[in-house]
Design a protein around this ligand. Structure first.
Ligand SMILES: C[S@@+](CC[C@H](N)C(=O)[O-])C[C@H]1O[C@@H](n2cnc3c(N)ncnc32)[C@H](O)[C@@H]1O
Length: 229
């Protein structure tokens, strides 16, 4: 995602009460305590990795006020837009539940920022497919990430993936299988499947659907190797 550098973005994000910027010295400040940052710490915690311009979170956090939501994004310009979009969506709806935060960081830092079992769902929406074989390790469903996610997820946790990329979908299914995850739902055409009804579209998704492209969808649960966490 290439967005023009906006000089307002960095100061806005650093000061924004909904945004956490994990600087090296306090990267683990909220590890294991994320739920306590919300008005209702008893609610499940759902985390979107690679939030982009934030349409999904802006809508999902209003449609589901009974869930605490965190968006993780590594690039400042889309994150700036995501935070603004949520503010605008909430102003238009006349509702502003305390259930939404953002973390400005690379997903590589997940184990430093989140404790084992802390998240109840992870979303990967239109993650970069990194089509070249030599870049496979960068794909967010590479087994090194799946191992991180398995530790981060609670005992009833799961992971939801949506992608336009057939190759990322197939690669992900293979990685799930090889690492002991169980695929519990899947579709090669989400918008013409029973899962469409509860779907909330992202920016990328809308773009691909408007071109008539099918969206691939997977929901998977991790292997339960809780003893070695
Ligand atoms: C193709 S965009 C999709 C954005 C959004 N999820 C959507 O569906 O419209 C992928 C986003 O993931 C972010 N991203 C990619 N790798 C990441 C990583 N390792 N950690 C955090 N964000 C990442 C990118 O900066 C980009 O904003």
């Amino acid at each position: 995602m290439r967005l023009r550098r906006n000089p307002e973005a960095k100061p806005f994000l650093i000061r924004h009460p909904r945004v956490f910027v994990p600087a090296a010295e306090h990267v683990s400040e909220w590890r294991g305590k994320w739920k306590s940052r919300f008005a209702r710490p008893d609610l499940p915690l759902y985390v979107e990795l690679g939030t982009g311009k934030g349409q999904f979170l802006a809508q999902a956090s209003l449609r589901h006020p009974d869930i605490n939501w965190i968006g993780v994004e590594r690039i400042e310009e889309p994150l700036f837009q995501a935070v603004k979009k949520a503010e605008q969506t909430r102003a238009e709806a006349g509702e502003d539940p305390d259930n939404l935060l953002y973390i400005w960081m690379d997903a590589e830092k997940l184990p430093e920022v989140f404790a084992n079992g802390e998240a109840d769902r992870l979303y990967l929406h239109f993650s970069d497919p990194w089509p070249k074989k030599r870049h496979a390790k960068r794909r967010l469903t590479h087994r090194r990430f799946l191992d991180l996610y398995a530790r981060l997820l609670s005992s009833s946790g799961d992971l939801v993936l949506k992608t336009d990329s057939r190759s990322l979908y197939e690669f992900s299914l293979e990685e799930f299988k090889e690492t002991g995850w169980t695929v519990v739902e899947w579709s090669e055409d989400l918008h013409h499947s029973p899962f469409a009804e509860s779907n909330i579209a992202t920016e990328y998704e809308q773009k691909f659907v408007s071109k008539g492209m099918p969206i691939h969808y997977v929901r998977a649960v991790p292997p339960r190797f809780r003893d070695d966490r």
